[in-house]
Design a protein around this ligand. Structure first.
Ligand code: GAR
Length: 196
């Protein structure tokens, strides 16, 4: 059974989908902890499923490195096989990525390498893209630049705004994320040697 820690910043709707999947008999991973960089609404989903939560407030630390060191302490204690960034809206410091690499994956609301960063949906609309997508990647020290594990195209529709487009992307992200975590657990994806 693969143990998974999830890090979030927001509403945690993708986290919730993973919690639901992991509570199904036969799913080969379980969520052991959910952490956040702020008082994130999504922590309530973890509590509902009886999963440990922790918060490492970014703003209470003097630098990204200090925040990352405090976060790494929690991650060491939790000792999960896999760390999933599910809407964590912070760049992880290099030390943390190096310590846990390649066991950190991230879900992103665009077809990487298109539209990396904090505003993947907004940037796709601003560029006038006719299609965007969803991606699940291994986290490296760049901004959404790690190896791609799964991705899928999603059309941009006439009249889409950031909210409507993001709400159409999220169900695809959930499906990809649940599938990627399963494939990692089953040994179908080797994070040290990812091939697509
Ligand atoms: C998701 O769309 C996730 O891909 C995105 O934040 C959303 C979180 O939604 N992450 C990024 O944009 C990271 N660059 P949720 O809190 O409802 O799961």
């Amino acid at each position: 059974m693969l143990s998974v820690a999830v890090l979030i910043s927001g509403t945690g709707s993708n986290l919730r989908a993973l919690l639901e999947a992991a509570s199904e008999p036969g799913y080969p991973a379980r969520i052991v902890a959910v952490g956040a960089d702020r008082d994130a609404a999504g922590l309530a989903h973890a509590a509902e499923f009886g999963v440990e939560t922790f918060t490492v407030p970014y703003r209470q630390h003097a630098s990204r490195e200090e925040w990352g060191a405090a976060l790494a302490e929690h991650l060491r204690r939790v000792d999960a096989d896999l760390i999933v960034l599910s809407g964590l809206m912070r760049l992880l410091p290099a030390d943390l990525v190096e310590e846990f690499s390649p066991r950190i994956i991230n879900t992103h609301p665009a077809f990487l390498p298109e539209f990396p960063g904090a505003h993947g949906v907004r940037d796709a609309l601003a560029a006038g893209a006719v299609q965007t997508g969803a991606s699940v990647i291994i986290v490296d020290n760049g901004v959404d630049s790690g190896p791609i594990l799964a991705q899928e195209r999603i059309p941009v529709l006439d009249g889409d705004d950031e909210a409507t487009l993001h709400e159409r992307i999220k169900p695809v992200e959930r499906r990809l994320l649940i599938d990627v975590v399963r494939r990692i657990a089953e040994g179908d994806i080797d994070l040290a040697h990812p091939v697509r």
